[in-house]
Design a protein around this ligand. Structure first.
Ligand SMILES: Nc1ncnc2c1ncn2[C@@H]1O[C@H](COP(=O)(O)OP(=O)(O)O)[C@@H](O)[C@H]1O
Ligand SMILES: [Mg+2]
Length: 298
């Protein structure tokens, strides 16, 4: 398998006058061509530091990075790009002027056409002559996204790149990302977004990867599903009967029970029927990525 990005043993310590902060502590991961890898982790896990080192904005203390099987070089740098919630635009220039600067840096042919196309994709063509200084944070986010696609990157780093977008625009951006024919390394605090977009997810903590896998594999980390039962009839002493299970909630003849083992389903439902419950509907809910995240980082 050919990897477009290989990161091995990245270490980075920030040294301030009074203390040292170990931001990366041997970070390693590999990304295959065309996949969307989600980097998830609590604040301070090292996601931004990792992204900044990989794209060449800052340097590592040790560890190696390979793009397309080779150490970073001018050729590979031209094939990557990034969008981040952090400020990288020039407030004193208009949206279009900012994008022109980047188009020049990447030697983009037909820059005007390319820029206009991107502005239209992200619905900011009408405001292209506005100063970046006067934009809302959501509008700046969209300019950053245009900037990140200006060189048709083969690897795109999106670090909290959808921050500040209203739901409608965020939906559109996810649609654009999904249709991109490039490899994406994606960090976001919005779990549903990661769940929807990413082919693989890596859990980061204290500068390292704890687990990496497909959503299916990650979901297996937590066995507990929730059994949701709608009853058409419940016996008078229902509370006492339900007490023996890991009951999460009961409301309006609907019970939420923790299902630690799928094999328990048969016994629980049989038991309930024998005790006088009449079941109308049963549903088993897998944990969401957010629930797994909370479970994993407790
Ligand atoms: N320039 C810096 N100077 C000092 N400490 C930093 C700097 N950048 C990041 N850190 C620290 O490194 C750790 C990782 O930060 P960061 O990579 O921003 O995490 P994340 O993006 O996962 O929230 C944090 O403890 C943060 O405070
Ligand atoms: Mg960050």
């Amino acid at each position: 398998m050919k990897y477009v990005l290989e990161v091995s043993g990245l270490k980075k310590t920030f040294k301030n006058k009074s203390m040292e902060i170990k931001a990366l502590d041997g970070l390693s991961f590999k990304v295959k061509k065309g996949e969307i890898l989600g980097l998830l982790g609590p604040n301070g896990a090292g996601k931004t530091t990792a992204t900044n080192i990989i794209i060449g904005l800052t340097t590592q203390d040790s560890g190696k990075i390979k793009f397309f099987g080779k150490p970073p070089c001018e050729e590979s740098r031209n094939k990557i790009n990034t969008s981040t919630a952090y400020k990288i635009l020039n407030g004193g220039l208009t949206i279009k002027q900012n994008l022109k600067v980047y188009a020049m840096m990447y030697n983009v042919k037909n820059a005007n056409e390319k820029i206009d196309g991107l502005l239209k994709t992200f619905d900011i063509y009408e405001i292209r002559n506005k100063l970046v200084y006067d934009l809302s944070s959501g509008q700046k986010t969209r300019v950053n996204l245009c900037k990140s696609l200006i060189n048709d990157p083969e690897i795109l780093f999106l670090d909290e790149a959808t921050a500040g977008l209203d739901p409608e625009v965020a939906l559109k951006v996810r649609d654009v990302i999904r249709k991109l024919k490039c490899t994406v390394i994606f960090t976001s605090h919005i779990m549903s977004e990661v769940e929807e977009l990413c082919d693989r997810i890596a859990f980061m903590k204290k500068g390292k990867i704890l687990k990496v896998g497909t959503l299916k594999e990650i979901k297996k980390l937590v066995d507990e599903n929730t059994l949701i039962i709608n009853f058409s009839k419940i016996p008078k002493n229902y509370k006492t009967i339900l007490e023996k299970y890991d009951l999460l909630k009961i409301k309006n003849k609907k019970a939420w029970i923790e299902l630690k083992n799928p094999d328990d389903l048969h016994n629980i439902t049989n038991d309930l029927i024998k005790s006088g419950f009449k079941i109308k509907h049963i549903q088993i809910k897998e944990p969401t990525l957010e629930e797994i995240f909370m479970h994993y980082y407790e």
